[in-house]
Every structure is written in C-alpha cells, then in structure tokens.
Design a protein. Structure first.
Length: 296
C-alpha cells in the first residue's frame, strides 16, 4: 500500500544506515526510516486489512520512512484507530523487537527475572512493560549514565543500575542466583558478563552492538557445562525469512499499547529537515525514549 506519511520514528539502525554500516548507498539514493505513521493513500489488489483513508503505522524493512510517501507491505502495516500518530510512528520497530526478544528468542515464562540493558532507550522502555505483561517476576535494567536512572525507573523496573559494575549488583539483587533472561543491545564486556549471570536454563538475547565493540568469540563448553543459552533477534532477518512472526509480534505488542498496558514514550518531535540532528543525538548516546520526525 501507499502511505502518506505524517510522522516517522527514529531508530539506531537508521544511524547505522546513514553511516554506511549496511554497505554503500544505492546509486539512486537511499531514504532512511524503518517506521512511519500516516494515512493510506492507495492499496494493492490483494490488500484486505486496510482501506484508503485509514490511519495506520508500518514497519518498513526496506527503509523509506523519512519521506512524504512510502510503500509498505500489508503484513507489516497496522491500523491505529484513535492512537496518536506521533506515538504510532514510534511503535512498530521497538514494539516488535521487544516482544520478539521476550516471547520469541527469550521464551519468557511466568516468574522469570529479566535483565534489560539500555533500559532508557526505545526498546528498553517498552521491553520492561512488555515483560511485566508477559508475566516476569522481576525486571532489572542498566543504563550508561546517572541521569538516565530516574527516567528508566518510570517504566516499571524493580531496579535500574549504572552499567559500570552492574554484574556484582545483579548478583546481590538475585541472591546469587542470576537472571533467567538478558536482553542485550550493547555487546562487548557487557555481553560477556551477562552470560556469566545466567541462571540454569538462562537465555541471553542479543539484538545489536550499540557499544561498537568487536564481536565476542564464544566457546560452547562453558554454555553446556552451565546450562546456558545464547541467541539473537533481528527484525530485518525475520521480515525476510519469517514475515508472519513479525506480523504476529507487532500486532500482539500494539494491542497492549491500545489497552493501556504499555506506553511508548516519545521524548521529542523534530521536523523532517532536522533528521540529521535526530541521528546525531542517537550517536551521542544521550537520548531517552523515542525521537520522532514530523513529516507533514
């Protein structure tokens, strides 16, 4: 379908896109933007879930959201009803990712203790709430700076810690048992220390390398000797190989937003012309919640 875009969410992957981490740009130019909200302007012949004039939000695996119009796949486009478009534009990528990390890769079960790194970020703020909705017993988080602690605590965390020295504090908070599930977008030593914190049958779900560290080289023996699991979640990979999972996770998470159980926090709205300003903020690692661009 064709969407007339009113707002576009800002994500770390768009910073990577802009920096060229995914390869050189296409000869005719790339348009960033993994998610956008607006009004349906036209639909293809096989689209049945929305009609022209409907308000929608969409996950865009091929990018393109920083534009006045964008083509979107019906499977990744969700009617938003009365939901504010600013919030809706900030939802498809982080909600789907957080839900997929918890329910897909993480296989969360009732009573689990969950540790979420980058607790003040777009994924971290919704992941804590989703973990609660999915039955987590205790939700712990880490942040990179002191000023982010109080902000992150507002999203249902039992405790939010500074990332430096977090492992010792987590052991104290869990009585030495460790955690059942870790969501990690940071990498490096944070990832290595988190693996050591996994309780029996504990899972680590990696979903990025925001810290810019070299990839870990993991030995298998310590995993099987300590009954630990390490996995990953990549929404782009799922969009290519298991699109039905993306749609399922996205719809389930958005339903929780509509019901009021999960809040997507948009901390600033900038005009589209200031897209680089928004990306520079992400690069500085000082942002909290979600940034959104106003397109029209």
């Amino acid at each position: 379908m064709l969407i007339q875009v009113s707002h576009a969410g800002v994500n770390f992957a768009e910073l990577q896109h802009w920096r060229g981490d995914f390869g050189p740009p296409e000869p005719d130019g790339d348009v960033p933007g993994l998610e956008a909200a607006g009004v349906v302007a036209a639909v293809g012949p096989d689209v049945g879930n929305v009609a022209v004039g409907d308000q929608v939000t969409a996950y865009l695996p091929g990018f393109g959201g920083y534009a006045e119009y964008v083509l979107a796949r019906a499977a990744f486009t969700y009617p938003i009803g009365e939901l504010d478009r600013t919030v809706a534009a900030a939802a498809p990528t982080v909600l789907t990712t957080a839900y997929g990390l918890l329910a897909g890769t993480g296989r969360i079960v009732a009573g689990d203790t969950v540790l979420i790194h980058a607790a003040a970020g777009g994924v971290g703020t919704v992941a804590a709430q989703l973990a609660r909705a999915l039955g987590a017993g205790k939700v712990l988080g880490t942040v990179g700076s002191l000023e982010k602690v109080e902000y992150a605590e507002g999203f249902g965390y039992d405790a939010v810690l500074l990332r430096e020295g977090f492992s010792e504090e987590i052991r104290k908070l869990t009585g030495g048992r460790g955690v059942d599930l870790v969501l990690d977008p940071v990498g490096g030593s944070v990832r290595a220390e988190s693996i050591e914190l996994l309780a029996p049958f504990g899972r680590l779900a990696a979903f990025g390398d925001a810290g810019g560290y070299p990839d870990l080289t993991l030995q298998v023996q310590p995993l099987w000797k300590n009954t630990r699991l390490v996995g990953g979640f990549n929404i782009g990979d799922l969009a290519r190989r298991a699109p039905e999972a993306v749609s399922r996770f996205g719809r389930a998470a958005l339903d929780l937003v509509r019901s009021g159980q999960v809040r997507v926090d948009v901390t600033d709205v900038l005009p589209l012309a200031e897209a680089k300003v928004a990306l520079d903020r992400l690069a500085s690692a000082t942002t909290r919640g979600k940034l959104v661009l106003a397109v029209g």
